[in-house]
Design a protein around this ligand. Structure first.
Ligand code: ADP
Ligand code: MG
Length: 236
């Protein structure tokens, strides 16, 4: 703690020489180090198999690293003794590549379910869900079932679910991977709106999106961090 010292640039996520090797697999993540500040907006790019999803899942502690240290908001989450996974997960909203939307639940239930593990009252959950849906422009779709939604709307539900509950960190895995160009921009506009309010990490290989945002870009190649550009676009 820096008591008495103004802490403008708090580190939210820190990887120190992180390696992840799956059994029988290649090195998915190979000696990677970086720091991400609180409320920073950052892209992780790189070809398929480069290790983008693995990095997001390490932050979520779905995987433990084989070696190295991972700090999330001062929690040492790579420690095998770390026992506050629930608290960690409440800080993080994850938008998965395959949405993970429940098709037998309506929009409201899909989002409310992710808040049930928290200690929020039903009224607070209602408020959180309402606010998140307004932010993604789906306030009127609470009672709609996913089969009646377009792909872009389903992705917006997934984003609403990730932000509901006042999360500090949003992790998005290829959030526009299955969308056409027009819908891609509608979805990325939501990320623009969120910028500066949370720590946001977007894994993508959409060069147009990355180039238009002009944000920090981590480039991965075969599990290694090959570039860390403070601001800017990228070429594959
Ligand atoms: P990206 O998201 O950049 O496409 P991934 O992080 O999914 O890359 O994968 C990186 C490497 O790790 C790939 O070689 C992939 O096959 C491997 N990998 C990812 N997840 C697993 C897993 N659960 N078990 C074994 N190997 C995996
Ligand atoms: Mg991936």
């Amino acid at each position: 703690m820096n008591i008495g010292v103004q802490d403008d640039n708090k580190t939210m996520i820190k990887f120190e020489n992180v390696t992840k090797k799956f059994p029988l697999g290649n090195l998915a993540v190979d000696e990677v180090s970086f720091e991400i500040e609180d409320k920073e907006f950052i892209f992780i790019v790189g070809p398929s198999g480069a290790g983008k999803t693995t990095i997001l899942k390490l932050i979520l502690r779905e995987f433990l690293p084989t070696n190295g240290t991972i700090l999330v908001d001062d929690f040492d989450i790579a420690s095998r003794h770390f026992d506050q996974v629930e608290i960690l997960r409440r800080k993080i909203g994850m938008i998965f590549q395959d949405f993970k939307i429940l098709f037998d639940k309506n929009v409201y239930e899909n989002i409310a379910l992710s808040l049930k593990v928290s200690d929020l009252s039903d009224d607070q959950i209602k408020k959180e869900v309402g606010e998140a849906l307004s932010l993604v422009g789906l306030a009127k779709k609470e009672m709609t079932f996913p089969l009646q939604l377009s792909a872009g709307e389903i992705q917006r539900v997934a984003i609403a679910r990730a932000i509901a509950g006042n999360r500090d960190i949003i992790l998005a895995d290829e959030p526009t991977g299955n969308l056409d160009p027009k819908t891609t921009w509608e979805v990325m506009k939501i990320f623009k709106k969120l910028e500066g309010t949370k720590t946001i990490i977007v894994a993508t290989h959409n060069t147009d999106v990355v180039n238009s945002f002009q944000k920090r870009v981590l480039v991965l190649k075969q599990g290694k961090l090959s570039k860390d550009q403070r601001k800017g676009g990228y070429e594959i």
